[in-house]
Every structure is written in structure tokens, then in C-alpha cells.
Design a protein. Structure first.
Length: 371
């Protein structure tokens, strides 16, 4: 694949001006530029070329690229400065959504420095006991009874304060820290759920998100088994959530892993349904128990008939596949009424409760316990 990428880039670059810097990164040297728009035109051609499918043994691969551009002498007077600033621009292109190119600006250097600093802090966050697990309640739509919770990680950064996952999860994915972080969340949440059960509360189904990095690791089964054994929580109360893209890109080994998890008694859920391929036809190939409707559909389901129709259809088709349906992002009573009228099984959102720490969730359990 790397060789094919190089061949495509060479269509627009003299061979002597192209180098593989390492991994999946290439460096391009453009000289004799007539206008500042020349690098942009070359970058656009490269992006278009890489967007075409690549032929590999027994499959096709679809790629995107992120390109950073630094200009001499404005952006640096030596090779090291130029390369460093081009790299900063490339990282910015990634942050902007990938499949894009960006010219370097001085502000990017400051952003890149902050990102590096955050990455270093994140690598030490677990050993420094800075991570927290918050729990968002999940209720039965008909009875409003508390039946489960989703475990969500937060970072109590020493300088930035309580930091939501949107600020660091993508960084954890890129750096691989997500594997260790995900293991910690799983073990912590399972232990907490077991403590709630030992305190006499009704058993709760606990949902924990899996990252694609975790799913690719052979040790995932061992990690899940260890978390269950060390906590004493029964497998039937653990729900592992996957995204649509993770399922669509699943290799045979991944499918075997999912079946092995299911054989252990663990439940599997597809998260944020509707944001990816949004096709129920492929779901029959995976050992799933639950489907979560993305909040974007529910947001306007009570005001927009198209969104309402889509949500109703998802619920009906999921039930035909014997999947339990959970709606995310419930914020209004009207939305809850809509879900109940259309047979949705469970719901979570700020109408019920925002994600809260374990001690606050314990208080909620006490308040919702039957007299």
C-alpha cells in the first residue's frame, strides 16, 4: 500500500523531490515556484489521486491524506524548521477533519506545542490518578425505571480542570494511549458496578465504549475476562459498545473476537447508529444485542417528519432483528413521549440525568429504589 501511494504521488513530483520520512509520512520538496498557489494545486492533485481506491490482495483500500505546507524563507531558514513547521501544518489538517491541506502559520506552532504537552500529560494521567469515570443513567422508556448506565471517562487535569472526552479521546486514539485508558475504564466501571450490586441495588447493565485500537488487539478477550474476574461482576451485565465504522472495517479475526465475547456472556451494542453507513442490512452478520440511535435523529423527531420517520423505521427494523433499541440525547419530555409511542426500549440523556460521578449515581440509585 505504501508503495502504491508513493507511485501516485510521483505522478506530480520529480522522483528526486519525494522521500518517505517514516511510517506513512512522505516529504515533498517543491522548487521554482511561480506563485504561492502552486503548492496548493499540487496538494489538491495528490489528495485526489490518493482518494481513488487502492487494489490489494483480495480487497480494496480507501485512504485519505493530510498535507501540511511550509514555505522558505517565511516559515523557516533551515531544513529542520521547514520540516517541523510542515509537520505542524499537517497535524492541523488532521484536526480539521483530514483529507485536506493547510499552510503553516505561527499560531500552529503554539497549537502543536500545546498538543505535545497534552499528550505527555495524558500518558501519565493513569499513574497520577487523574482519570475519573462518570456514569450516565439509562432508563426503561415505559416505566422510567433505572436499568443501566454508560461509563464515560473524564480527565481531572491538574491545570485545565475537569476535561471532557472530546478534548482528549482523539489524541488518545492517535497515540495508542487509548488501549491502556480503555482497560482502566473497563476495570474501574466493572468494580463499581459490582459494589452497587453488593450494596443491594438491583443489577444494572453497564455500557462501556470500545475503541478500534482495543478491538484490533489480541489481548481484548483477556482484558475483558480479567476485568470481570477481578471485579466479580457477571458478564451478562456488561455491554461493550462499538461504532458502525468499526464493524464495517472488521476483519475475520475481529469477527471471531466478537463471537468469543458473546460466548462469554458479554452483550454487544452498536453506538451512534445513523452517523455512519446507516444500513441495517449488514447488522445480521454480527453478534449484536443492542442498537443506539444517534442523538441527531431524535433532536428534531418531534418537529421534523423526516427525522421522525427515520427514527420509527430504525426502531422497527432493529426489533425485527431482535435488537434492543436505546435512544441517546433525550432532553425533552416530548422526545420521551415520542420514543414510548414508537416502542423504543430505553433512553439516556440530560432529561434523565447528565453523566455524574459514582457517589452521585449511588445517591440516584437510593432515590429510585422501590419503597
Amino acid at each position: 500500500l505504501i508503495k502504491q501511494v508513493a507511485d501516485r504521488v510521483r505522478r506530480f513530483i520529480p522522483a528526486a523531490s519525494l522521500a518517505r520520512i517514516g511510517g506513512d509520512q512522505f516529504g515533498v520538496l517543491l522548487t521554482d515556484l511561480e506563485t504561492v498557489g502552486d503548492p496548493a494545486r499540487v496538494a489538491k492533485r495528490i489528495l485526489d489521486a490518493i482518494a481513488e481506491p487502492f487494489s490489494l490482495p483480495q480487497q480494496e483500500a480507501f485512504l485519505t491524506a493530510s498535507i501540511g505546507i511550509a514555505m522558505y524563507p517565511d516559515d523557516g531558514l533551515d531544513v529542520d524548521d521547514i520540516l517541523r513547521n510542515a509537520d505542524a501544518a499537517m497535524c492541523y489538517a488532521k484536526d480539521q477533519g483530514r483529507n485536506d491541506f493547510q499552510f503553516y502559520t505561527r499560531a500552529m506552532n503554539a497549537t502543536a506545542f500545546r498538543r505535545l504537552e497534552l499528550e505527555n500529560d495524558l500518558r501519565r494521567a493513569i499513574e497520577r490518578d487523574e482519570l475519573r469515570v462518570y456514569y450516565q443513567p439509562i432508563v426503561d422508556v415505559d416505566t422510567r425505571q433505572l436499568i443501566g448506565a454508560e461509563a464515560l471517562v473524564r480527565w481531572q487535569h491538574p491545570r485545565l480542570g475537569l476535561t471532557p472526552p472530546s478534548e482528549f479521546i482523539s489524541l488518545a486514539e492517535e497515540t495508542g494511549v487509548i488501549v491502556e485508558l480503555g482497560k482502566w475504564v473497563l476495570e474501574t466501571a466493572c468494580s463499581q458496578n459490582r459494589r452497587w450490586q453488593e450494596a443491594g441495588f438491583p443489577p444494572l447493565a453497564l455500557a462501556v465504549n470500545l475503541s478500534s485500537r482495543q478491538l484490533e488487539r489480541e489481548v481484548l478477550l483477556q482484558t475483558v475476562r480479567r476485568a470481570l474476574n477481578s471485579s466479580g461482576m457477571r458478564a451478562q451485565y456488561l455491554i461493550l459498545e462499538l461504532t458502525e465504522s468499526m464493524l464495517m472495517n472488521a476483519a475475520d479475526e475481529t469477527l471471531k473476537t466478537l463471537h468469543s465475547l458473546r460466548a462469554m456472556g458479554v452483550q454487544l451494542s452498536i453506538d451512534d447508529f445513523g452517523t455512519g453507513y446507516s444500513s441495517l442490512s449488514y447488522l445480521k452478520n454480527f453478534p449484536l444485542d443492542q442498537l443506539k440511535i444517534d442523538r441527531t435523529f431524535l433532536k428534531d423527531a418531534t418537529r421534523n417528519e423526516n427525522d421522525a420517520a427515520i427514527t420509527r423505521t430504525i426502531i422497527a427494523m432493529a426489533h425485527s432483528l431482535k435488537l434492543r433499541v436505546v435512544a441517546e440525547g433525550v432532553e425533552l419530555d416530548a422526545q420521551m413521549t415520542f420514543l414510548r409511542e414508537n416502542g423504543c426500549d430505553a433512553a439516556q440523556g440530560n432529561l434523565i440525568s447528565e453523566p455524574i460521578p459514582a457517589d452521585a449515581f449511588t445517591k440516584l440509585l437510593k432515590e429510585s429504589a422501590p419503597e
